[in-house]
Design a protein around this ligand. Sequence first.
Ligand code: MTE
Length: 369
Amino acid sequence: MTLWAKRDDMIVHEREPFNAEPPRSVLGERRLTPIEVFYARNHGPIPRIHPDTWRLELDGLLSAPATFSLGRLQAGFEHHDLVATLQCAGNRRAGLLAVRDIPGEAPWGPGAISTARWTGVSLADVLAEAGLRPDAAHIAFTGADVSPSARPPQPFGGSIPVPKATAGDVLLAWAMNGEPLPRVHGGPVRLVVPGYVGARSVKWVHRVTAQDRPSDNYFQSRSYRLLPADADPELAAPGEGLQLGPVAVNGDILQPEDGATVPAGRTRVSGYAYGGHKRGIARVDVSLDDGRTWRQADLGPEPGPWEWRHWNSTLDLPAGEQTITARAWDSAAASQPERPESLWNPGGYVNNSWGRVHITVTSPTGGAW
Ligand code: MTE
């Protein structure tokens, strides 16, 4: 039986809560990820909220706190369409797990990233009507799902700084790729915070709070933080470690599949690159000798400001065991770090090391050397 209307070939890390990513090859096919293969990342049971009974409360440091129904939200503000990539902070964690174990964390491959066209209203417009007070520095969001894995169990939540919340690019979205937002992706309404770790795009949002400090929700103050490699996450105090927000350049190879067997000769290699917060993709290099020499890949069409960019290259593959490596450069001339060893952290977050796939290349007469 298909789970949450996802395709059968999704890699399901957990059924409850539902956590799944598409196989690599699927992500390379399109600029927009079809909903049936869009990754899903959940920390608790998926709530059932009828659009007619859904309400959004705005409270905290506001001159005019308010409650909105979906109808009032849709009638009261200009609608926006935004193509934005969502990437989980745990995307490509498997590369860190290969360095050292990370107990209790799922081995996400390169598929905890997807792109959709989101439709909704701008959080900035809604906050402007509610009258942000000058002492408001952060906007906190609360979802309707209660996560049993949080300590103590609590609804999922998080916050973003006021300059991001009021920049105009953060959406309260009710549609995805032209369809009503599916339940598994936060329907009836979720936040879409482009350029930030996926955790800030709170699903099933029902409260928006203006406050003078970041959210003290478990998923911001304890989890989704970058601890030093030698820290014990069990002993870390709330607020310890680096708070994850804007994301840095990342990318990986989507074709050929890791572990694939391909015939020798000209082979198309393709992948994605994502510039993250306010940065585009300027160049992608591929290598057949683990980075001693590189050639530039062809970049797909110039994307919008919050989108990933696909790339491809045709390489002449000699027979034998081969490693294909790829690295992306962003518009600030920053590139991906070489190895996951230097990035390992106890939560297994933000692995943006070079993409690598190991393949077997068979000679024309059959069989690898
Ligand atoms: N919002 C709520 N309420 N509960 C969650 O578990 N997961 C977050 C974020 N918003 C989550 C949430 C994380 S970690 C990510 S990466 C994205 O949702 C994933 O969104 P998706 O499931 O639509 O892909």
